[in-house]
Write a protein that binds this ligand. Structure first.
Ligand code: C2E
Ligand code: CA
Ligand code: CA
Length: 730
């Protein structure tokens, strides 16, 4: 039988769980990092895009600021009225009204200057007031280039120029335009030129206005080369940086990231929690499964009725102990216990009572065996106990004695009392030198020997037991073969009438000449047939042969031995009747001899069986009276037709003592019950004389005849006229 070691839930599992948890943590961290870095990138890109937009917007705003001025200048310079008044000596008022006064609170320009070809200032206004400065004073050198450019323009080009210059009041979009008619021509013909100069300063208010219009955060005007992350340079037509517009990056990506980050982290956290919950649930489910499995295994190793270990459970524990004993050089003692008479309890009280008895025995054993011992039920009525230790042999012996003492008392099964015994076999292993299976086999063998030796005892395994068992097996095999091949023969021992000494009957006795061994004593092979279940077949074969022979001697009674085992067969009476009818033998001629054993142990069933046999008309003799425990009471109870006194009582006569009185009393008692008595084993005339005096009406023994083949019986009967004594067969 294969036995697997059952492992306890190991450290390995915990390590695995920790590993999975760790992997989960890593996955969650990596996912979080990936998501955050992706978001970071998106936010960075969004920031960059926004910065780019701000740059373009600011550049555009500056350009628009300059273009606006240029467009205004164009409106005011290319104007027929202006062309009239600018060149007229009395145009001053018009010019003040339309140019000078317009510089106040104007969205379009804050400075207006009119100059002539010599660049003399004819009119200069700033914020609605006339001012008194020179062009270079006020505009620095930034304006001169523009004026020069307009002056030098070819015919057909628009005589205007614009750009940023730095004035005393700050940076301003500035433009220069030739004052002319709308159609581009001048009114005067003398070649005089008037140039109109407009400027509009980037005042803080204007910068704020731009910031609002273009949605530029923190837009401000700073001197050139100020430290700033985001800026657009304001450059004059010569390419000189005059200043810079700077702004704060709005970092919309960062803002969004700040917005979504908690949500992302929450989501990742939730996923992490979900996975963790999944892991926890999974682990719990796994643990439950393992527990279920362990329980199932435990049940697999347990006997259902008693809760003790079963056979696999025993082997598991036994092998563990053997392994340990190998380590510490100790003994393992296996005690194998089989109940005697359990089958009978089962048969007569029923299986329910049988189960109760087994439970009771199990409970008693639990109390008796030491705590660290292994206790198992191997099925049916067999139990095993394994003890381990340096004193396992002595402790085992003591336990066996206690067990026998326990079984010497009757067991209570509910209201009923059952007398059961037990037979015990033990086997020992030292330092694990014998494996579990072999140990159990040896203990079983020893138990079997204990049963063979009369039950109710314990025996320790000895190697000879193996040999004996083997021999017995071989004997049984040969006997089976012999029965099946009609090799069992029958001899007949005459029984004589005490007074006449003539043959009144014969007893059929089985004989077996075992091939290769010679004759085997019936005491041996009958017992073997009984224990191996061959007795029914053998008994009927003997009856068959005896009846066949007896047809030759119609006036002689025929006695046939019946084994108690045959009584259990419910068809026995019917089978006997059928054989008698087959040979036309009247049942009244036939006597079945039975030994006492069955009557003592199973009085009820024996009574029933005898009744059945009596009904078919055969008579029944109690054989071997005086060899066992049968008392005269049995004779009356079962209504035996005859009693046969065992030869041991006859032999005892020679030894003197009180045996004669006992014999006399026994026969007298039987006779007083109306039961005739036969004396067996008569070998001497003295014995014959005494038993005749005692009152035995029939005698049997070597003195008269030994068991003989049927034809010799025929011969003897033919010579009946002469006294039997002289016909004695040697
Ligand atoms: P048993 O029924 O008591 O048979 C009488 C035994 O005593 C026979 O031994 C017989 O040979 C022996 N015997 C007879 N007279 C004398 C004598 O004067 N001195 C001595 N020493 N022995 C004498 P056997 O044939 O060896 O049979 C032994 C037992 O085997 C029988 O005892 C009987 O119980 C059993 N047996 C024999 N044949 C059968 C059978 O066919 N069926 C069953 N069930 N049992 C049988
Ligand atoms: Ca007999
Ligand atoms: Ca006998």
């Amino acid at each position: 039988m294969p036995h697997r070691n059952i492992r306890k839930p190991s450290i390995g599992r915990r390590v695995a769980v920790a590993g999975v948890l760790f992997a989960f943590a890593i996955v969650v961290v990596i996912v979080t990092a990936l998501v955050l870095s992706a978001l970071g990138e998106v936010s960075h890109n969004v920031n960059a895009l926004d910065d780019q937009r701000s740059l373009e917007t600011t550049t555009g705003a500056l350009k628009t600021f300059q273009n606006q001025l240029a467009a205004t200048l164009n409106d005011y310079a290319a104007w027929d009225d202006a062309a009239d008044h600018a060149y007229s000596p009395d145009g001053s008022e018009w010019l003040i009204n339309n140019y000078g006064d317009m510089t106040v609170n104007s969205e379009l320009f804050d400075t207006a200057v009119l100059i002539d070809s010599e660049r003399h200032i004819l009119l200069a206004y700033h914020n609605g007031s006339p001012v008194n400065w020179t062009l270079t004073d006020y505009f620095g050198d930034g304006l001169a280039d523009m004026i020069a450019r307009v002056e030098g323009m070819s015919v057909g080009a628009v005589p205007e120029a614009s750009g940023f210059v730095k004035t005393r009041d700050g940076i301003a979009a500035t433009g220069v335009a030739l004052v002319r008619n709308k159609n581009g021509l001048l009114s005067s013909a003398d070649g005089e030129r008037r140039y109109l100069i407009f400027a509009r300063h980037l005042t803080p208010e204007k910068v704020d206005g731009l910031a609002q219009t273009y949605v530029l955060n923190g837009l401000s005007l700073l001197p050139a080369d100020s430290p700033a992350a985001f800026f657009v340079n304001i450059v004059n037509p010569r390419g000189t940086v005059l200043g810079m517009l700077t702004w704060h990056s709005q970092m919309p990506g960062d803002v969004s990231l700040r917005d979504v980050k908690p949500r992302i982290l929450t989501a990742v956290g939730l996923i992490g929690l979900f996975l963790l919950a999944l892991l926890i649930i999974g682990t719990a489910a796994l643990r439950k499964l393992k527990a279920d499995e362990a329980l199932a295994r435990h049940e697999l190793l347990q006997d259902r009725l008693t809760g003790l270990h079963n056979r696999p459970g025993l082997f598991l524990g036994l092998n563990e102990r053997l392994e340990q004993s190998q380590g510490d050089d100790s003994y393992v003692n296996l005690i194998y216990l089989d109940l005697d008479g359990f089958k009978e309890v089962n048969d007569s009280f029923g299986h329910g009572a049988g189960d109760l008895l087994i439970k009771g025995v199990a409970a008693a054993l639990k109390v008796m065996v030491p705590k660290n011992a292994l206790l198992a039920r191997l099925g049916g009525d067999e139990f095993a106990i394994a003890l381990k230790g340096n004193d396992a042999r002595i402790a085992g012996r003591k336990l066996c004695e206690d067990l026998l003492a326990l079984f010497s008392e009757p067991f209570m099964i509910g209201e009923r009392v059952a007398a059961i015994g037990c037979s015990i076999g033990t086997a020992v292993s030292k330092a694990g030198d014998i494996d579990g299976e072999e140990l159990l086999r040896r203990a079983d063998m020893a138990m079997y020997e204990a049963k063979e030796n009369g039950r109710g005892r314990f025996m320790a395994y000895e190697p000879y037991m193996d040999t004996r068992r083997e021999e017995k097996n071989q004997l049984e095999a040969d006997l089976k073969y012999a029965i099946e091949h009609d090799e069992i023969s029958v001899v007949f021992q005459p029984v004589v009438n005490t007074l006449t000494r003539r043959i009144s009957g014969v007893e059929a006795l089985a004989r077996w000449n075992r091939a290769g061994y010679g004759p085997v004593s019936p005491d041996v092979f009958i017992a073997a047939a009984e224990s191996s279940g061959l007795i029914d077949q053998l008994g009927l074969a003997v009856l068959q042969k005896a009846c066949h022979a007896a047809t030759e001697w119609p006036h002689v009674k025929l006695a046939v031995n019946v084994s108690p085992v045959q009584f259990r067969n419910p068809f026995f009476a019917a089978q006997v009747l059928s054989i008698l009818e087959e040979h036309d033998i009247p049942p009244a001629r036939v006597m079945l001899e039975m030994t006492e054993g069955y009557f003592i142990h199973h009085p009820e069933r024996a009574g029933t069986a005898i009744e059945k046999l009596k009904q078919i008309g055969v008579s029944i003799a109690l054989d071997d009276f005086g060899s066992g425990f049968a008392s005269i009471g049995y004779l009356r109870r079962f209504g035996f037709n005859r009693m046969k006194i065992d030869k041991s009582l006859v032999v005892a006569l020679d030894e003197g003592g009180r045996s004669l009185e006992m014999l006399t009393a026994t026969v007298a008692l039987a006779r007083s019950l109306g039961i005739p008595v036969t004396a067996e084993g008569i070998e001497t005339e003295d014995q014959a004389a005494i038993l005749q005096l005692c009152g035995c009406d029939e005698l049997q023994g070597y003195l008269f005849a030994k068991p003989m083949p049927a034809d010799q019986v025929t011969t003897m009967l033919a010579q009946q006229e002469t006294p039997v004594r002289q016909l004695k067969v040697s």
